[in-house]
Design a protein around this ligand. Sequence first.
Ligand SMILES: [Ca+2]
Ligand SMILES: [Ca+2]
Length: 83
Amino acid sequence: MYEHDKFKGAEENFMFEGWNLCYKALKVKNAASSMWNNTAARVQFYDSANCSGAYGYAAKPSSSDGDLTNNGFDNKTSSIRYP
Ligand SMILES: [Ca+2]
Ligand SMILES: [Ca+2]
C-alpha cells in the first residue's frame, strides 16, 4: 500500500504467511491511496482496525490500483485480510 496515488509516498508491504489472517496497517493507516496486490488471492481492505465488520474494498488477485478514490476507499484502510 502507498500513501499517495500512483504508488508514491510512504510504502507499506505485507508478507502473507497464512490464510485468513488480518494485518494492521501501521505506516499508511488511514492514508493508503494506491495499492498493488501481487498475490494470487483476493485481499480485503477494512476501515476497522481488526478486520471487523464489512470490508470496504477488495483487491482482485494480481491487481493494482493507482487511485482508491473512485472505489470510495481513499485514506481509509486500517487493516487488510488475506485472502
Ligand atoms: Ca493518502
Ligand atoms: Ca481505483
